[in-house]
Design a protein around this ligand. Sequence first.
Ligand code: HEC
Ligand code: HEC
Length: 297
Amino acid sequence: MTSDRSGSEAAGADPGASRDAAQARREAEQAARSVPGAPVRRSRLGRRVSAAVRLVAALTIVGGLYTAFAPSSNAEETPKLSDRAAAGKRLFDQSCVSCHGDHAQGVTGRGPSLIGVGSAAVEFQVGTGRMPLARQEAQAERKPPMFNQAQAREIGQYIQELGGGPQLPGGDNFRDGGDPSRGGQLFRVNCASCHAFGAGGGALSSGKFAPSMKEATDRQIYAAMLTGPQNMPVFGDNQLTPEEKRDVIAYIQDLKEDRDPGGFGLGRYGPVPEALVIFLVGMVALIFAGVWIAGKS
Ligand code: HEC
Ligand code: HEC
């Protein structure tokens, strides 16, 4: 207890001592200030000037660093577009931003990002009228296109320059030089399961379907294989080489020109519906003939 009290007394004495010291310091300072000494003022001025010089130097360095690095960060935000891509961007900004976002990065709940889908996907979607999408449904369907082919390619160029991705080869005709019989084999193995043997299309699950290829152009068929729209698988160049793609296109386009020399094609479903029709029509004819003969006698 006693030691405690003496400790507190000592502690009480200490503040007094430090107060005296502070007082002494303040007096000394006042004395210095009360004597208007030129050296004191000069040294303060000098300190201010040197602080200002240091500030300016720091600002210059920071500014220099900024100007050195700023152009590259600008380039990331707005890449330098070619004229065609810039024209495409204008069309995109009118018709596609609402669902695909300012820089095609996508809008949740409205449309996916288009970074990396490539000009092939855009040309297919816009060229077949699927995009711009009118309303959300099970599947975006082919409809009269809103943009002509040149415009579709401009938008494609824009998306290509933004994020890369699959591109179509040049030209409009991919069927010449393709081998339709080899194409037929490839078609039956790779496509017929969904699109039916006659490329007339077929139903898939939950309201989706593989459409008919009646209206598809060479470029659109190529693009469909290369990009795999919606429920269609992608047939990259490893699955079907560019030559094989041309064979498939040659086959499909031949099939369309084929005018059913045997008469009514019955949807080209093959021998099963043909036999069914022969059976039904033949049975009915036989029954009528029997009834007619029985009525005569
Ligand atoms: C009303 C909303 C909407 C508008 C407008 C719209 N899109 Fe889309 N887009 C979608 C949706 C949803 C999908 C994904 C589902 C689908 O493919 O049907 C899609 C898919 C796509 C795809 C396929 C992406 C892929 O992964 O292969 C492309 C390419 C595309 N849109 C381009 C466009 C372009 C170009 C425009 C403007 C001309 C446009 N879209 C306008 C909603 C829209
Ligand atoms: C798993 C089923 C499936 C397979 C296999 C498939 N497709 Fe498709 N295909 C689809 C679906 C689904 C669509 C519709 C996509 C859409 O509307 O965006 C489609 C669309 C297409 C179209 C667009 C038709 C148009 O004009 O609107 C073409 C062309 C096409 N496919 C070609 C092919 C070819 C060629 C093959 C074989 C190499 C193939 N498909 C294999 C499901 C399939």
